[in-house]
Write a new protein. Structure first.
Length: 318
């Protein structure tokens, strides 16, 4: 059931060192990007809403409906760079592998992703997180496992930039959890609803996982995720099951996929850390400074232009 177009490979491999990488590298400045892309996704509901790739892409640059919208201009530009140059890869994987991992054509997309990740941009849109949380509560399947499966299967509907019905594999599996018609029928849910609704899709995927867990004698609420390997294989993940298991058991992945954590982080630090150079540039004032220097026994007059932004330019030496 793994979506072959846009699936991000072995995400778990990069998780172990992402903190060290981001702490040790200051990504280069992100170049300006074009204006609105026309993509839609989760929208900001106010200052406390987690910022997502979908939100950054949905609105014209500088017009996100939050109080500090202008401060997020560089992040919006970075999101467009990531979207345009990421070759279908998502925020989580681009930010969790070292620059160069995907090749030179994606280097700038990786720098943009690392920049967004540092700002606390959340790869899992809050609405999708709520769908998965409700599915977990309804079935008993652990939420971290559902988050990991949804990431492996559809990259959280490609970081929230695609509609549920618009993410379809070559096998015909659809949506957030890449559910097929036979699986929908098995768990008693409408195929039309599974296609159109991310909430129904999440519930169908969770119910199908619970059904498969019963067949393989895995306790449905087990958080020993290694036990879920045969279940995930039967679900259709194949080799990608190892990455799903690694992510489900990795605190970094679960925490960074949880919008509630993103809200706290953003309000505490990340909004303050967002670049503000584009917000209200201070007026720069300049004065002329004259200095007299003794050079090899001769007195030279040096005239310089000194500005309040710290720049100094020598104008003449006589």
């Amino acid at each position: 059931m793994v979506l072959t177009v846009g699936v991000l490979g072995v995400a778990g491999a990069g998780v172990v060192y992402w903190r060290a990488r981001l702490a040790g590298i200051n990504p280069p400045a992100i170049p300006s990007a074009p204006g609105p892309t026309g993509l839609t996704g989760a929208s900001a509901t106010g200052a406390a809403a987690p910022m997502t790739v979908a939100t950054l892409l949905q609105y014209p640059v500088g017009q996100i409906p939050v109080p500090d919208a202008v401060a997020w201009v560089p992040a919006q530009n970075a999101a467009r760079v990531m979207q345009d140059q990421g070759q279908g890869q998502g925020l989580f994987n681009l930010a969790h592998h070292p620059v160069g991992y995907y090749g030179p054509s994606e280097d700038n997309a990786q720098r943009a992703a690392a920049y967004l990740w540092d700002l606390g941009v959340d790869p899992c849109p809050p609405a999708l997180y709520a769908d998965l949380q409700a599915a977990s509560q309804a079935t008993g399947v652990p939420l971290p496992l559902l988050l990991a499966v949804a990431f492996t299967e559809s990259t959280f509907l490609r970081d929230g930039t695609a509609a549920n019905a618009g993410v379809v594999s070559s096998a015909g599996d659809v949506g957030l959890m890449q559910v097929g018609p036979q699986a929908a029928q098995q768990v008693g849910l409408s195929w039309a609803a599974v296609q159109q609704s991310s909430a129904t899709n999440a519930l169908a995927g969770a119910k199908y996982l619970a059904y498969l867990a019963g067949l393989h004698h895995v306790p449905v609420g087990s958080t020993d995720y290694a036990l879920w390997a045969p279940v995930l294989s039967a679900y259709g993940e194949g080799a990608a099951a190892a990455a799903t298991i690694a992510n489900a058991g990795t605190a970094v992945f679960v925490a960074q996929s949880t919008p509630a954590a993103a809200v706290v982080t953003q309000q505490a630090t990340n909004r303050a850390a967002a670049p503000t150079a584009y917000q209200t540039p201070a007026a720069v004032t300049c004065t002329t400074a004259v200095a007299h220097l003794s050079v090899a026994g001769a007195v030279k007059t040096v005239t310089s232009r000194v500005c309040s932004n710290g720049t100094r330019q020598v104008q003449s030496i006589t």
